[in-house]
Design a protein around this ligand. Structure first.
Ligand SMILES: Cc1cc2nc3c(=O)[nH]c(=O)nc-3n(C[C@H](O)[C@H](O)[C@H](O)COP(=O)(O)OP(=O)(O)OC[C@H]3O[C@@H](n4cnc5c(N)ncnc54)[C@H](O)[C@@H]3O)c2cc1C
Length: 387
């Protein structure tokens, strides 16, 4: 058992931390509140190779794995810049294309993932289907060599920043009635694809959208893997990277909040000479949150290590547990930090309450805590499925 990062991973952590701190949480909040995007940070991280750490070297990437990408997600979040698009573009989309794309799709897309110049977002959630992706209603129909896509998607992050959206559809003629998913790389400016921005109570430079697909015409090579049989494995390929990187963002956010709070409580004095951090009523909740964050961090390390060793099924269990633990720990850490800061906790200036919406959403998306508990109950504890 080894809990140490390699020297290269350590260097990556230090370098990403330094980059994140140069921008910091006030940059993130300023972009969010002005309706802007964190383009400068994204582009610089891309140029430095941090967004392509998990892309194979033959396509210009770093040749690392999910461990490296999780480090990037955690450290940017720990600097106050939790970039949600890291979860959809390099983690989900790049992995799906790398593992299940055709050779042509790899050559076409992976170099852009490697340097961050390409952003591909991910659309699975639908208004009627919700957590039950077996009910997906977005349909792909053949029309000669082309495909026509129709349906609706909701809460899709970052469509306004991306060149493509990876859409999960189902094929029309699924004889069994069971989901036969197919993934399509759809240009965000495709005719028939429209969007409307959702008003969300999250301070974030990334926006969520409703997407409407009205007979969006796509060439045959938009189908990931070039064959309908590639759909299900391609969809599952995105799940572990999604859970592990979103967990890493949660842990980074938790670390950030605890650091902000403890810097404050160590120096704030309202009862004479002692800091408020000397009071256990203040310090113990912070210490408890720090324990939860560190436990989640260990689970992420385990999940990413299993994934990088090609042990996908075990990584699935660990990744789900890591996502659950990190989602809970991040929400606890931010809430505890707000409390420890008192009134300052609710100001924009102290940069903690600005994360309340994001960490709350982290218990719902990309997979809710209840659906993870369902997974663990069934696949780890052998319980009957209730739905
Ligand atoms: C900020 C944000 C960003 C997002 N970005 C994206 C994106 O980029 N792409 C994308 O495709 N989606 C995205 N989503 C959607 C997200 O993945 C879904 O919101 C999530 O999967 C839950 O689906 P739902 O909202 O339809 O909830 P529902 O499925 O309607 O569930 C509502 C509640 O019921 C619970 N529930 C449902 N079924 C069960 C059950 N069987 N047992 C126990 N409890 C159950 C759920 O856990 C939840 O608490 C995003 C969401 C948010 C909030």
């Amino acid at each position: 058992m080894n809990f140490d990062l390699t020297p290269e991973q350590d260097q990556l952590r230090d370098a990403v931390r330094a980059l994140g701190r140069r921008y910091g949480h006030s940059y993130f909040v300023e972009k969010a509140k002005s309706g802007g995007h964190t383009t400068e940070l994204w582009d610089e991280a891309g140029r430095l190779g941090y967004l392509g750490v998990n892309v194979p070297t033959e396509y210009g990437g770093g040749g690392g794995g999910l461990t490296e990408l999780a480090i990037v997600c955690e450290e940017l979040a720990a600097a106050g810049c939790p970039l949600l698009l890291l979860v959809v573009s390099p983690a989900i989309a790049a992995t799906v294309i790398n593992r299940h794309g055709t050779d042509e799709q790899r050559k076409r897309f992976l170099p852009g993932f490697a340097d961050g110049s390409l952003k591909v977002v991910f659309a699975i959630t639908e208004p009627e289907a919700g957590s039950n992706f077996h009910r997906l209603g977005t349909v792909a129909r053949r029309d000669g060599d082309d495909w026509l896509l129709s349906g609706r998607k909701c809460y899709i992050s970052g469509v306004d920043e991306a060149q493509y959206v990876l859409v999960v559809a189902r094929t029309e003629d699924a004889a069994t009635g069971k989901l036969k998913p197919a993934l399509f790389v759809v240009p965000t400016d495709a005719a028939g694809l429209t969007r409307s921005k959702l008003d969300m109570e999250i301070v974030s430079p990334e926006n969520q959208f409703l997407l409407y697909l009205d007979d969006v015409r796509l060439p045959a090579d938009a189908l990931v893997g070039g064959s309908l049989d590639a759909g299900l494995p391609a969809l599952f390929a995105g799940l572990n990277p999604e859970r592990i990187t979103v967990a890493a963002m949660g842990v980074g956010t938790g670390r950030y909040a605890i650091e902000r709070a403890t810097d404050y409580t160590a120096t704030r004095k309202v009862w004479g000479g002692r800091s408020i951090g000397a009071h256990q009523g203040v310090a113990h909740p912070l210490a408890h949150a720090a324990v939860q964050v560190e436990l989640a961090r260990l689970m992420i390390h385990k999940a990413a290590t299993l994934y990088d060793a090609g042990r996908d099924l075990e990584a699935g269990v660990a990744g789900n547990m890591a996502k659950y633990a990190a989602g809970e720990a991040a929400a606890l850490a931010v809430d505890t930090a707000v409390q420890a800061l008192g009134g300052a906790g609710m100001t924009t200036e102290y940069g903690v309450a600005t994360l309340l919406g994001a960490v709350r959403a982290g218990r719902i998306a990309p997979v809710s805590r209840e659906m993870i508990l369902n997974f663990v109950a069934q696949h780890v504890l052998g319980q009957e499925k209730s739905y």
